[in-house]
Every structure is written in structure tokens, then in C-alpha cells.
Design a protein around this ligand. Structure first.
Ligand code: FES
Length: 177
């Protein structure tokens, strides 16, 4: 059987020096490729794209007096509550350990399924381990008349912030009070 490693003259086709040379070039090319990949990665920094904290919730007349609107709970974790005199918005995050409470209409309360905390319709905690009320978030009218919610601004009852501008949107059937 012919020796595949030998040419007609009896010399090896791939000498040890050739093999080492090829291996060296492969190593250099690999290093260059890794460098190039790293350079390209630098052009695309790892940025966490989060949904914007502000959103429009429609016209005030879209809501019914007495209603706890769950329209924005799934996407924004926000309830919008319509009263006779206006609106407030509650963040749907339990102040115990951060679970998502549920609005129980017939019982007129928010109830957290994790450890049983209960919150009244205005957000005040009254049962279970939650140490403080739900947080309200900024609610104002946008230029086009729609309700504008901004989750980056929170108001905490225990800090007497529920009286601050932006924590409540006054609105009656005849327009902004
Ligand atoms: S997280 Fe809501 S009661 Fe514990």
C-alpha cells in the first residue's frame, strides 16, 4: 500500500515544519477573528430596553364613575380609579414582597394572592403583612385631553404624598374641576 504521506521522491508532503506553520497561521487567524468579533460587539452595547414609564390612557369620559379600570393592568400594572370628583392611579405591586394583587369588585378591595394582604379601594392596606398602602402614580391631562400616566413619579400615603399635585386628577362630568 502506497504511503499517502510521501511524494514520488520519497519526501513527506506535509513536513513537521509545514504543519507547525499551518497551525501557527490558524492560531493567528483565530485570534484576529476573536478580536474582530469583540470589536463588532463594542458597536452594539448591551442596553436594556424597557417600556416607557409614561402612557396615555384615553379620554376621561372613557371611564365610568365608581369603576376600577383594569385596562392597563396586564401591560402596565396600573389600575385607574374613577371617582365622582376625579381619578387616581394605583401601581399594581404589593407593598409586602411585590406580587400582583387582584381587584375583587364584589368585595370592594384589592387582594394579594401571595400572602393575603388586602388593600381598600383607595389603596390603603388593612389586612395581611403588607406594611404600607399601594403606591399612587402621577396622573394628569395631556395636551390632547387624554389621561397621562407616569409611573416614574410615585406618591406614598404614609409620606402624606397623596395630597401632592399629580397624585389626583380632578375631573367632573362638566370637565376638569
Ligand atoms: S407579596 Fe403580597 S402579601 Fe406578600
Amino acid at each position: 500500500m502506497a504511503n499517502l504521506q510521501e511524494g514520488g521522491s520519497g519526501e513527506h508532503i506535509w513536513s513537521r515544519r509545514n504543519l507547525l506553520s499551518v497551525a501557527g497561521w490558524l492560531a493567528i487567524l483565530g485570534a484576529l477573528q476573536a478580536g474582530a468579533v469583540a470589536m463588532v460587539a463594542l458597536l452594539f452595547p448591551r442596553v436594556l430596553f424597557e417600556p416607557p414609564t409614561a402612557f396615555k390612557a384615553g379620554q376621561p369620559t372613557d371611564f365610568t364613575v365608581g369603576e376600577v379600570s383594569e385596562r392597563f393592568m396586564r401591560d402596565q400594572r396600573v389600575w385607574i380609579v374613577r371617582e365622582d370628583s376625579g381619578f387616581y392611579a394605583l401601581l399594581g405591586i404589593c407593598t409586602h414582597l411585590g406580587c400582583t394583587p387582584r381587584w375583587l369588585g364584589p368585595e370592594n378591595k384589592f387582594k394579594c394572592p401571595c400572602h393575603g394582604s388586602g388593600f381598600r379601594k383607595d389603596g390603603t392596606n388593612f389586612e395581611g403583612p403588607a406594611p404600607r398602602p399601594l403606591e399612587r402614580i402621577k396622573i394628569v391631562r395631556a395636551d390632547d385631553g387624554q389621561i397621562l400616566i407616569d409611573k416614574s413619579v410615585v406618591f406614598r400615603k404614609e409620606l402624606t404624598e397623596w395630597v401632592k399635585p399629580g397624585s389626583y386628577l380632578k375631573f367632573t362630568a362638566s370637565g376638569t374641576a
